[in-house]
Design a protein around this ligand. Sequence first.
Ligand code: C5P
Length: 402
Amino acid sequence: MKNILVGVTGGIAAYKSAGIVSLLKKKGYNVKVVMTENATKIIGPLTLETLSRNRIYVDMWDSNPHYEVEHISLADWADVVLIAPATYNIIGKVANGIADDMLTTILSAVSVRKPVFFALAMNVNMYENPILKENIDKLKSFGYRFIDAEEGLLACNYSAKGRMSEPENIVDEIERYSIFSKFENFDIVLKNKKILITSGRTKENIDPVRYLSNNSSGKMGYSLAQAAVDLGAEVTLISGPTNLKVPNGLEKFIFVESALEMYEKVDEYFKNTDIFIACAAVADYRPKEYKKEKIKKSDSDFVIELVRNPDILLEMSKKKEKQLLVGFAAETNEIRENALKKLEKKNLDIIVANNASVMGSDENVIEIIKKDRTSVEISQKSKVELAYDILSEVIFELEKRY
Ligand code: C5P
């Protein structure tokens, strides 16, 4: 996936297409931009030309120095096509086979095997119009992909659903696609599977202003949740505090703070789950007593008595029926040995062993060890990519059961 063709239509969010093109270029992609006539009234072609370092295509009838049939050569050149913003109008046109300008003509000539993404952006009433829904459903049935609009303040001053997703999110969706589309039947591999994931750290309050916690960012768990959604699963994510954006397409997102709260929620959902992935860095201890008022300092030392928190994964392993259990072992030493002990003690199907020093970073090196002691070592990769590797092993284990 090297060549990305960006189609810009005449929604006010066209200004954000500059951010998308710039981000794609920074990531090393070749970018060409096609604009509708209306889009040129919202954002200057020169901006996108400079950012993409390529000429902009608008009119079918521009003379071109290479004597190419440009709508065909551009459709062939693209590995991926992204329409951002995608207005009510462009979706209606493509869904009904209309090709009356450069962009729609290119779209009609893009091979059905290539991914085409529409990043929705429009007024909320247009967004809720059943005609749009029908057009989207039709396009989805042909394999077109949609990056849903988000809620927020719209150009028409409504605060509602309709604003285009942010450039980082759009680029992230496209990049993830290039990973998960390698799975055969990727959007149905985990169809009808209920996956419960814990992620993030927990926060154990001492008094109204102080707490015990750890360095876990939640990135691995959130990447797993997003990857599981991409592969068609119904995902419930139970998360402690993080700074991350909630993954798209979750069945349920439950925010918790303490280990006890996390335990209660996991316990509630566990019975009705097929796969439980415990990725959260749960505090093993909490203060015995929570002081309702801020503790005043004194000149002497201060001791906080801690009591054990439940080991959520261990407790669930005792209730295990059909569920496939995946745990994590973040260790500073004897990583494999410690991971194997946990695999045994918590009756896991899979344990992901890694070095605790990577907490918070975007990349990791892991070893995925299975119940039968076979393992797969995976060298330095982004947590987004690792999520698909871990789920591949989960899918492999599930297949063994049937
Ligand atoms: O024993 P240890 O805490 O290292 O085990 C780590 C694994 O157990 C992780 O999968 C983690 O999410 C889970 N865990 C848990 N509840 C705890 C502690 C750990 O679910 N209280």
